[in-house]
Design a protein around this ligand. Structure first.
Ligand code: PLP
Length: 422
């Protein structure tokens, strides 16, 4: 994308040299391009259509307030999966009337909070959850707006850890039980059934599984309507993939939207889509500095100062991220194992990566790290959470300062008073 380019051998995000960002906050840090984020959102808006359709940003993919509020200003709603995400979305300016609440394990406290805010929709994943929502809504003298998340039993053809729509996955109402669940919901005074929801998985790199799932959704919607249920909302979830590797191709937002309209358009329902990765993934970079170059077993180890605690995707999902130098200084190239400092062999960002020869102190950029990067970070090995920066043209804002050791270690309270347990 044009928002990322070398100018005078220095990698720039928009018009900002990444070396300047490193000077401002040290390393490692995440940086995000507003331009890429906004272009992706504009694409969704263009192809999925404006009101009443709604693009509910999957907050789990990157929950920094600055990212959410940027999308809020463009008209995004939010898909949240916890009270914490709901609070973040509200604080970032997304109105409750544009927020859907997904997730298999909503607690009574979370449901009560969501009811108190009058959110747009609960995406219900089981009958016990339905009963709990019904009871809590009745206690408040209200009716909860509900869609069932249906598990269409479709193989999403993605990594097993991010497949969510196969029978046996923990998500959603089993396909065979769907109509029974709607019949039950219709009998509950605290429930207002309004929609059908699904989400079959993430990093989907072809539209076939989505098409099969959408067709199942269409069949169910038609059956429900015949039986007298009023279905006004069809929530298709998220999941569109991004090209992590240069050679990889993924479907475009336009084709995804065209398919959705072709299959679901005849129902004249409000379409909700919940993208995360395809909005923010390519907007983000993890920048890290080479600490040591170590020759080991005839291999060159590039030991960098970011670790699996900062970006867990390669070790958790065997995910590939393209890695490039920040400054083009050396003409020759070498093959490297690019590893972090965490005491786990899994702390590896790339194997046999041929990039420009590196020396200690050089900066490298791990691409497409905007989604499921910072949000999945931890302080394992007592490593402070990395800083995050939002770039716009030649301006930048530190949208999360690096966590200090005092903040991190200060969370422990070793001197708290003993309490009697019985
Ligand atoms: C219910 C739900 N909606 C939307 C998303 C966003 O998915 P993606 O980031 O792949 O677009 C997820 C993530 O897996 C999800 O669980």
């Amino acid at each position: 994308m044009a928002a990322v380019k070398y100018i005078n051998n220095d990698l720039h995000l928009e018009s900002t040299p990444i070396t300047q960002l490193a000077k401002a906050v040290g390393t490692p840090f995440y940086c995000y391009s507003s331009q890429i984020l906004e272009t992706n959102f504009a694409d969704y808006k263009l192809h999925f259509g404006a009101e009443p359709n709604l693009i509910c940003y999957a907050v789990k993919s990157n929950s920094n307030q600055a990212i959410i509020s940027r999308l809020a200003a463009l008209g995004a709603g939010a898909d949240v999966v916890s009270e914490g995400e709901l609070r973040r979305a509200l604080l970032a300016g997304i109105p409750a009337s544009k927020i859907v609440f997904s997730g298999v394990g909503k607690t009574a406290q979370e449901i009560e909070f969501a009811l108190s805010q009058n959110i747009l929709q609960f995406n219900v994943e089981s009958e016990p959850e339905l009963e709990l929502i019904n009871r809590l809504a009745l206690d408040r003298g209200t009716r909860a707006p509900v869609a069932f998340r249906i598990n269409p039993d479709i193989d999403a053809d993605t990594h097993a850890k991010i497949s969510t729509g196969k029978a046996g996955d923990k998500f959603g109402i089993p396909w065979a039980d769907a109509e029974k669940s709607y019949a039950k919901a219709a009998s509950l005074a605290g429930i207002h059934v309004q929609g059908v929801d699904m989400h079959i998985g993430s990093q989907l790199t072809n539209l076939d599984p989505l098409e099969r799932a959408l067709r199942r959704m269409a069949t169910l919607t038609a059956n429900l309507k015949t039986k007298g249920h009023t279905i006004s909302v069809l929530d298709i979830g998220g999941g569109l993939g991004i090209p992590y590797d240069k050679g990889m191709s993924v479907p475009g937002i336009e084709d995804y939207a065209a398919l959705t309209k072709k299959v679901l358009g005849p129902f004249n329902c409000r379409i909700i889509v919940e993208p995360g990765r395809s909005l923010v993934g390519e907007a983000g970079f993890l920048i890290t500095r080479v600490t040591h170059v170590k020759e080991c077993d005839h291999r060159n180890m590039l030991i960098v100062d970011a670790g699996m605690n900062d970006l867990i995707r390669p070790s958790f999902y065997d995910a590939y991220h393209e890695i490039i130098p920040v400054t083009l200084t050396h003409a020759d190239e070498k093959s490297y194992q690019i590893v972090g400092p965490v005491c786990e062999t899994a702390d590896t960002f790339g194997r046999n990566r041929v990039i420009q020869t590196q020396t200690a102190g050089d900066l490298i950029a791990i691409k497409s790290a905007g989604a499921y990067g910072a949000v999945m970070s931890s302080t394992y090995n007592t490593r402070p959470l990395a800083a995050e920066i939002l770039v716009e043209g030649d301006h930048f804002r530190i949208i999360r300062p690096r966590q200090s050791y005092d903040e991190l270690i200060g969370l422990d309270s070793p001197d708290s008073p003993w309490q009697i347990s019985s």
